[in-house]
Ligand binder design. Structure first.
Ligand code: ZN
Length: 312
């Protein structure tokens, strides 16, 4: 029996770790195998071990687009030769393409847009990724997420989730200008989420539909606005039944009958808020001016007591 393990022995060991789901140990062994294959000049062996190592390193960077791009590059080098990941067998090229698609998914789903234009860009990019995943993966299961125990997701159900997120990004791009249209896009997103079987996200989208689709008449100025907490806000008030009754004729509510809060458009709410803020600051300054001489006087008294004590 040879004292040193051969490159293919180490490669087999790595495969065992992979089968057991110990990806960190598998990564170490594949890296060992790369070095051993290189030492004996086995380029094919090294290329293969390197591709497996790149896939294993995804376990440590499950949402890093660059890790997926690196894995894609390493897998491409294997061409159409078979790659066995756990129970699934695929090819280098097929897995490389999946890794590229997943890199785009990670990249665009994690983007937090800072402007309307970026929301539009995100919406468009996600729609493109959804189309690619539907046509290229289709009813097949995504191999890499399954390997890393993120569930058995088909291309079609991943495409639905991406389409939903695309609609949500589009909705967010419209909130400032057209909250009603934003609500409609959240409604479409809700539909895609339920078809993808994600009830939590479907409910969250439905809550946005209700919020952005809701319209009110400003209690103060009478403007009609849509988009609760965006373009109008509920404010605590003391409404009497007589005052409430006087507002009956309007088709849009100007208060919430449950809480008694009145609805204020952002313009009126802002004006009230800034005035209240200015008055509070003014009162505080007045109080401060009154109290400072008294504090100074007390300090002086304490100091003189201290001085007397020290003289004893
Ligand atoms: Zn108003």
């Amino acid at each position: 029996m040879p004292l040193l393990k051969s490159a293919s022995d180490v490669f087999d060991q790595a495969n065992d770790y992979l089968m057991r789901g110990d990806f960190a140990s598998a990564l170490n062994k594949y890296n060992d195998a790369v070095r051993k294959f290189q030492k004996v000049g086995d380029v094919n062996g090294a290329t293969q071990a390197y591709a497996y190592a790149a896939v294993m390193s995804l376990a440590q960077n499950p949402s890093n687009p660059n890790a997926y791009r690196g894995a894609a590059q390493a897998l491409h080098a294997l061409g159409d030769s078979p790659v066995k990941l756990g129970l699934r067998e695929s090819t280098g090229n097929a897995l490389a393409h999946e890794a590229e698609i997943l890199a785009s998914v990670m990249e665009w789903t994690s983007l937090q847009p800072a402007s309307t234009a970026q929301y539009q860009q995100k919406a468009q990019a996600l729609r493109q990724v959804a189309t690619a995943i539907r046509s290229d993966i289709g009813s097949n299961v995504l191999v890499l997420p399954e390997l890393f125990r993120q569930g058995s997701i088909t291309g079609e159900s991943q495409a639905l989730a991406l389409a939903a997120q695309s609609e949500e990004a589009l909705a967010e791009s419209m909130i400032a200008t057209d909250p009603k249209a934003a609500a409609e896009h959240y409604q479409t997103a809700r539909l895609w989420w339920s078809q993808a079987g994600n009830g939590v996200q479907a409910d969250a989208a439905a809550a946005h539909v209700a919020q952005y689709g809701k319209s009110a008449k400003c209690w103060f100025c009478g403007r009609e606005v849509a988009g609760e907490n965006i373009h109008f806000v509920p404010m605590p008030s003391d409404l009497t039944d007589l005052v409430k009754a006087a507002d009956k004729d309007s088709p849009l509510p100007s208060f919430d009958p449950q809480t008694g809060n009145v609805y204020a458009c952002k313009g009126c709410h802002g004006a009230v808020h800034h005035l209240a803020d200015a008055l509070a600051t003014q009162r505080m300054n007045e109080l401060d001016a009154k109290i400072q001489p008294q504090i100074q006087d007390l300090k002086n008294q304490i100091q003189s007591i201290k001085n007397r004590v020290n003289m004893l």
